[in-house]
Write a protein that binds this ligand. Structure first.
Ligand code: ZN
Length: 79
């Protein structure tokens, strides 16, 4: 998955296990973003490239260097 792909926020949110983090290289700081909070601001159809362009680091005010997609390691229920 690359940050230049046409991925919208909803695509990630459909898979609850996926996380989206913003990495600021200037402060070496990464923040896990909340899907719902992003959707409240820009809607579920916002492109991840747009999210990166609109975000600002809360510490230095710069645009995050990149967005990182990760995942929670969700245990499979024992059934
Ligand atoms: Zn920063």
């Amino acid at each position: 998955m690359t940050e230049s792909g046409p991925i919208v926020l909803r695509t990630l949110a459909d898979y609850q296990a996926f996380t989206l983090s913003a990495l600021c290289q200037a402060c070496d700081r990464s923040v896990v973003l909340d899907h719902q909070a992003l959707a409240d601001r820009w809607g579920w159809e916002v492109l991840l490239t747009e999210v990166r362009r609109r975000l600002r680091c809360q510490q230095c005010g710069r645009r995050p260097q990149r967005l990182l997609v990760g995942y929670h390691q969700v245990a499979v229920p024992d059934g």
